[in-house]
Every structure is written in structure tokens, then in C-alpha cells.
Design a protein around this ligand. Sequence first.
Ligand code: KG4
Ligand code: ZN
Length: 340
Amino acid sequence: MNQLAIETSCDDTCAAVLTDGRLISSVISSQTNLHQQWGGVVPDIAKRAHQQNIDPVVQTALKRAHLKLSDIDYLAVTQGPGLAIALSVGVNYAKDLALKLNKPLIAVNHIEGHLLSPFITNRSGNPVRQFQFPLLSLTVSGGHTKIILTQSLGDYQIIGQTLDDAAGESLDKAAKLLGLGYPGGPIIEVLSRLGNPNFLKLPQPLNNKSILNFSFSGLKTAFYYQIKKMSPEYILAHQADLAASFQQSVFSSLTTKFGLAISKYSPVLLSASGGVLANKALRAQLRSLAKKHHLPIYFPSKLAHNTDNAAMIGLVAHHKFLRHQFANPLLLDRDPRLQL
Ligand code: KG4
Ligand code: ZN
């Protein structure tokens, strides 16, 4: 069964082709350079770029898979959560195509995509990763920070989440305060390698052992008040130390809460995904946490599968296809606040 999957929930226009749930081709057209000068994603600019890019991105994904549109057996698209006008572009495109080709359509939750992204398998069957339950997962992106317990595919329980900013969002905001570029996460990662993570003393929010939720906005405010007292020259001279201190506070909150969740729910397998998992320091900290608990941990096998992509949407759709969970292409609408 050949599938075409589409993702346009934020600022990347993505398409992927999968055959029987295995990834054949994945194309991502990033708009980062369009939004960089504004210091964040501008919805109108994102919409226009998605409209321009979606057809070429789909055609390239098909070409790389050596398939034609007529070879596609079903379509999948991100329904939400995300930016409403960005989601609309993908949803309308997929609906039109499903009606034109008279093929089934599957609606996918973007967070479920990130959740399953460590299990993306390519044409040759690599990497070999089987689902095992209970599976405990950490998904950390620019819009979400969640600990999810999975008992079977489609049966998800959110056992912890952020009460305010997402972890990626807080890294982006801290980078802005330091006068660095957008998105801030990757810039903070590189700077942090040269800095002292203990340079600033920052609070550990929700530091109660029974709480599995996160809070990052207080951390950002504490950071803001500390650097407000510093001169621009001092900030510039200590950019790496400040970046490393903020990054370490965010990561220590993530690993502490994930560790508490592991002890409480006794999973047999761990996974972590989302844009922030592109960060090597976070991966290393989670790997040592998993080792401490004698558990295997999976991350997306390719860096491009951490940030937004359509391969993860296709993998979710494959499992929904097996469960006959189809959408009505006449009625489907984007849902910017779609819950897991
Ligand atoms: O998953 P994603 O591409 O989009 C959302 O669904 O939000 O995640 C984007 C987020 C941004 O906040 C970005 O700063 C962060 O992921 N990010 C990183 C790294 N690469 C991307 N954060 C830390 N280190 C990185 N290397
Ligand atoms: Zn995402």
C-alpha cells in the first residue's frame, strides 16, 4: 500500500511517501529564513509559503519514491494542533487530492506524529525497533512538552505536561533575550558547549516530587531579571555561560520529571522526540537516565525526524489505516487545538 503524507502545521512544508508503513521518501521545505528577521513564525507569511511550496514538495517526494500520483492508495494529513491558517493549506490540499483520486484520507494528530517518530523505519527495514508497552515517552518541541504513557497504539495517557511555555519556546525566548537569532534552540546548543552551566543560579520550577508537570515561564522571567542587571558588554562576554545555564535548567527539569515518571509507571521501553531532541546534550542526559533505570531508549534515528516532517505523520496514518480510521474528505476541517 502506497501512502502520501502531508504536514503543514507550522513553518515547514513537508511531504512523505511510505509503502506498507516504511519510509520511501521525505521532503521538507523549511521557511526558517523567511521568519528569522521577525524573530518568530509569522502566520500570514507561513500560509503564503505553504501555498507556494506544497505542490513542488509533493511532486519531489513522489519523484524520489519513483511513484506517480496514480500509484498512491491513500492520503494522510496533519489535522492539528498548530497554526490554523498553516494547517488549512495542507488539509485543503489533501482533501482535494483524495476527492480527485477517489482515495481514502486519514487525519493525523501532530503530537502523535512526534510521539511515533523514533519508530520510523526505512525501506530496508532499518532501524529495527519494535513497539513494547507500556512505553513512556517525552515529546519536547516548540509548542509542546509532554510525558506520555502508551499502553497500545492509539491509547495515550498524558501524565505530565507544561503548564505554560513549551521547553523549545523557552529556549527560543531566552535566545531572544540574549540577542541571538531564531530559532534559538540550535544556537543555544552550540553556544552552551563553550559555557559554564553553573554560571547562573536559576530556580527549578514545580520542584515537588509528586508533580509531573513542567513550568518554564518562571524560569524565563528569573533569567530575564538576572540579565537585566547586567551591562550589554558583560552579557556579550558571558553569552556562552548564560546560554549554558539556561539550557541546563530546562534540561534538568525535563530529565528530573521524566525520571520521576519512570519510577512511578514502570515502563518497559522509553522514547523521546520533538525538535528539542535534536540537541545532543539532552540526548546524552536522557541516555544516562535510561541506563540508570536499565531501560532501552529510542530517539528519532535521523536528525530531520526530530523537527517537523511528514514521515512521522505517515507512520501514524499507517497504523490508523490498519485500524480503518478514515476521515471524510468532504467534512474534514483543521483543528488548531486538537488534543491527543
Ligand atoms: O518539533 P518542532 O520542529 O516544531 C514544533 O512542533 O514546535 O520544534 C521546534 C523547536 C524550536 O523551539 C527550536 O528552538 C527547537 O525545537 N530546537 C532545538 C534544537 N533544534 C530545534 N532546541 C534545542 N537544541 C536544538 N538543537
Ligand atoms: Zn512539531
